[in-house]
Design a protein around this ligand. Structure first.
Ligand code: SF4
Ligand code: SF4
Length: 230
């Protein structure tokens, strides 16, 4: 999932300072699961923002909130319909993709991010999310016992550790697992240590963000005659 956390109330209040009617839009998918921008969090933020504006003598500012199933899918933004255009600002509690989807859908309305999008990761323990994938576009987990050296080795090393690992921890930060220790341990566990003996080929970064914004087109899923959405 995409993991995000919420901007603080002061930042949000400052972002909307020039607006009179503000709609807070939550998202029912990843950011609900990571407890950052779902219906509950958007409602709490809405109440906190109204209180903050009252303390600032700006109680005339209208702050409403709603939550849609997915902000990154135009079909779900239909639920907002023309309603969104009735506001002079929208503050999205979706990830960065959701914010941009709303900006595209409401070209005449100011759109602000209510969250800081962090990474693609997993729920590791209650209240703890960790990063697992950098979306390199060319997955090589099969070569590294299912542990991503691009994301989880601080130096993105492909051919073994840097030498700074101590007791399984990365030298970059205390408490951070050394990815190469994890790769080695798991490779040994599943009997694939021999695979690590051959030199891993350099990564093809052209499929990553360095090659420009990416796009996935599934011709078999495109509607005949309309072609892929530009
Ligand atoms: S190799 Fe690439 S796609 Fe696979 S987990 Fe790592 S960053 Fe993600
Ligand atoms: S200590 Fe481990 S995770 Fe940290 S940079 Fe070195 S090899 Fe990578």
């Amino acid at each position: 999932m995409i993991v995000a956390n919420r901007k603080n109330i002061r930042e949000i209040r400052d972002m909307i300072k020039d607006h009179k009617r503000v709609l807070l839009v939550g998202c029912g998918t990843c950011v609900t699961v990571c407890l950052a921008g779902g219906e509950r969090e958007t409602g709490i933020l809405g109440s906190a923002l109204r209180m903050a504006l009252k303390l600032d003598d700006r109680e005339g500012v209208v702050v409403d909130e709603c939550t849609i199933e997915r902000q990154c899918d135009d079909a779900f933004i239909d639920a907002l319909g023309s309603h969104g255009a009735e506001y002079d600002a929208i503050c999205s509690f979706g990830c960065g993709a959701g914010v941009q989807a709303l900006a595209e859908r409401f070209p005449k309305t100011a759109v602000y991010p209510g969250l800081n999008t962090q990474f693609m990761g997993i729920l590791e323990a209650q209240g703890v999310w960790t990063e697992k994938c950098s979306g390199c576009g060319n997955c090589r987990l099969g070569e590294f016992a299912g542990i991503c050296p691009i994301t989880r080795c601080s130096k993105r090393l492909f051919n073994g550790p840097c030498g700074g690992s101590r007791d399984g921890e990365c030298e970059v930060r205390e408490g951070l697992d050394c990815a190469w220790q994890l790769i080695y341990d798991r490779a040994r566990e599943i009997g694939m240590l021999d695979k690590l003996e051959s030199i891993a080929t350099p990564h093809d970064w052209s499929s990553g963000l360095d090659g420009g914004t990416r796009k996935v087109v599934r011709e078999d899923q495109c509607i005949a005659g309309l072609g892929p959405k530009a």
